[in-house]
Ligand binder design. Sequence first.
Ligand SMILES: [Zn+2]
Length: 449
Amino acid sequence: MGNTGKTLLDWPHQAPIGAVHTLADAHFVLGLELGPSEWWQIWQKQRLAELLQWLNQHVWWKANSEETRNNQGNVNQSEFQLADLPIMRREYFRALVESHTAVVPSEHGNLHSSQTSGSVGIPARFHRSELSNRIGLSHYWADNFRQGRDMSACMATITGLPGPHEGTHRLIAADEWLHPSEQLGRNSTQFSILEHAKWLCEMAPTYWSTTPATLSAVISVIKLKGLTAPRISQIMTMAHVVEPALRERARKVFGGASIRDRYSCEEVGPIAFQCPESDDYYHVAVANVIVEIVDDAGMPTTEGTSGNVLVTGLHQWASPAIRYDLGDIATGHSHCPGCGATVPALSKLLGRKYFLVNEGSGSVRHVRLLAEHWLACGPVREHRVVQTGLQSFRIEVVMDHAMTPSEGLAMQAMLKRVVGSEFTFGLMQLEAISWPAGAKRQEFVGLVP
Ligand SMILES: [Zn+2]
């Protein structure tokens, strides 16, 4: 018998280690979600305890805990609750990251540095480990299984992720372990919306991954130019709120296409994935994060009530985000009302609402203006707040009718109350706000330093 040098462990193939990890991790992520609720609850508790134990060995973190003790008395270790720790605001997160050189245990792998896109104020630098990135990636693979995708069908991506490329798209070679057919990646900023629309119609992918803004613009162009839209099974979105009207437009134009949204943030990765059986609910990614929904006083909201989203990244050891306030608003549910899954679920996700007011000499203030604030003053359809000086703002509004004097006064009073009484607000009613083309809509424009 010849000796091939192979052992039984190599049978049937020598699977590449990356694919093995991805598939095993994805299997685990789904197993945790679909198993009894004790599984993910115990698992989260263990991961959090490990993370906090490790953080408590570091001086830069201890300062944070000292602050907690001073504020809330002695924290009894045996009865420790996550809610005993302070809420971490974006400025604090940024200061914490800047306060020390990022370090993780060697088994977490190398660190990669990134920066938030700055769509909600000053960009924050942060670091993530190979382990954290790997777990994030495995959640997206788990979502392929959750949503019942056929991985041998064509998947096209139009986002910034594929990076610059030559030609019309980047071809991602088939992988017998992960996706048996080629995938197409196209860099969103390299082409016009019309070019994207034509390319999409020509490629006719079964699945399409993009942002809600690109999706919406492509639908408009397809209708405007009378292009023949392909039949798409699922459209995967991320990075922005998906309005119900967009789901309806996508369904009509792409032959029943169903949007399957993902909710994430750059600092910790995936937070929640849309329920496979409902447009309204999102399953919290319990293998990656703990999500809390709290009111403005920091107290947990009751079942089915909306509040501020706090996220704790269980694998984000490099730039710890513990009870990190994303500035997002959502409604919390103890389980998914859409399909009965036992993991916590979110609904009515609203985008980032915080912005930072520059008060001069490097000092900033957190301000949050909600739709309710505007609507209490009058029928405001769109608004943009532009800080024009250390003490002045220009307020652009689009309304259903000409602004009445009492509506103007109500707006002045509301802005003084919410933003600050020391500022002046110049109100301008416009036919339309000239949002910059191609960029995210920024309802607050900060003072350029
Ligand atoms: Zn569900």
